[in-house]
Design a protein around this ligand. Structure first.
Ligand SMILES: Nc1ncnc2c1ncn2[C@@H]1O[C@H](COP(=O)(O)OP(=O)(O)O)[C@@H](O)[C@H]1O
Ligand SMILES: [Mg+2]
Length: 298
């Protein structure tokens, strides 16, 4: 494999695929993984042809490289809108995809070591708004065990085929017909942060164990339900007083602050709670995040 004229050694394939959505889709297609219908495009006429051959507007245009948190993902409703996006000269390449009518989004994470040992985390549900992950529920509520195992097997198979070392997150769309792979993240991932407080071995510990080729730790959940809510920058810029308030108000919460400069919409921390009732955990974690953003004051 060559990327921009540089030969990529086999073990590093997965890193490249995680950074280039076109190469990633191509490789996953070769592995016969379930994917949304997709194609590389550079002109609006190609988008129109893609639609004519079996999809319908709206479709999703994606920059092949450089995107994150929904930057580099556009829903387009007609060829004129596609034309406008495709004119961005900073973007090295585009793919178009069918708009998947998913019932929810899932993430299947695995850790894999150079000697080939691999472990699969419980499959989680991710809740995205405007392309940004807001919440994670572990395990995905009500997921049928066979469905969860199928998603884990997809992730384990990708990790094995791409010779992944460390953590791999496979973002998926859940549909009545089964899961479709959306994208790969070759690293500890936001959808795995719940495990710091809710799994026997966190993704960070297993990432280190994997790269050191040590035996991997147990990825099982320690509680029936874990909820993780991201803290995206809001009105408050000094989070410390709110942080103390939230610690005192609900000692059962785990508050994680990243020490980053707070900017609107930037991921600057997350709040986790473990227990048995999803609704209760959601109320408490969402309350803390709203307080930390400055949306509420009690
Ligand atoms: N083909 C699609 N159909 C429907 N929704 C999509 C599609 N592709 C992406 N999305 C939505 O946009 C979000 C971000 O897209 P993604 O490809 O994961 O980009 P990013 O690299 O920004 O995470 C997804 O989590 C999903 O909510
Ligand atoms: Mg994504």
């Amino acid at each position: 494999l060559e990327l921009e004229g540089v030969a990529v050694r086999p073990g590093a394939e997965a890193l490249v695929f995680a950074q280039d959505k076109g190469l990633m889709r191509q490789r996953l297609a070769e592995l016969a993984m379930p994917l949304p219908r997709w194609r590389r495009v550079s002109r609006a006429s190609e988008v129109a042809a893609f639609v004519a051959e079996g999809s319908s507007f709206p479709v999703v245009l994606k920059a092949t490289r450089g995107g994150y948190d929904g930057k580099g993902v556009w829903v387009v409703h007609d060829p004129a809108a596609a034309d406008e996006i495709l004119a961005h000269d900073q973007v090295p390449g585009f793919i178009v995809e069918e708009m998947v009518p998913f019932t929810r989004e899932l993430s299947a994470m695995v850790a894999r070591s150079p000697s080939g040992q691999a472990v699969a985390y419980p499959v989680v549900q991710t809740v995205q708004r405007d392309g940004i992950c807001h919440e994670v529920y572990a395990p995905a509520p009500g997921i049928d065990p066979e469905h969860a195992v199928a998603a884990q097997q997809v992730a384990l198979r990708i990790a094995g085929e791409l010779d992944v070392v460390g953590m791999l997150a496979v973002e998926m769309f859940d549909t009545p017909a089964g899961v479709l792979v959306n994208e790969l993240a070759m690293r500890p991932h936001n959808s795995g942060h719940w495990g710091i407080d809710g799994a026997v071995t966190s993704q960070f510990e297993n990432h280190l164990r994997a790269v050191l080729d040590l035996p991997l730790g147990d990825p099982s959940a320690t509680a029936p339900v874990t909820v993780m809510v991201n803290l995206l920058g809001g009105d408050l810029t000094d989070l410390y007083p709110a942080y103390l308030h939230c610690m005192a108000r609900d000692p059962g919460l785990k508050l994680h602050m990243y020490g980053k400069v707070v900017k609107p919409g930037r991921k600057v921390g997350h709040v986790t709670a473990t227990g048995t009732a999803l609704d209760d955990l959601l109320d408490r974690t969402r309350h803390a995040v709203a307080y930390l953003r400055g949306d509420i004051d009690e």
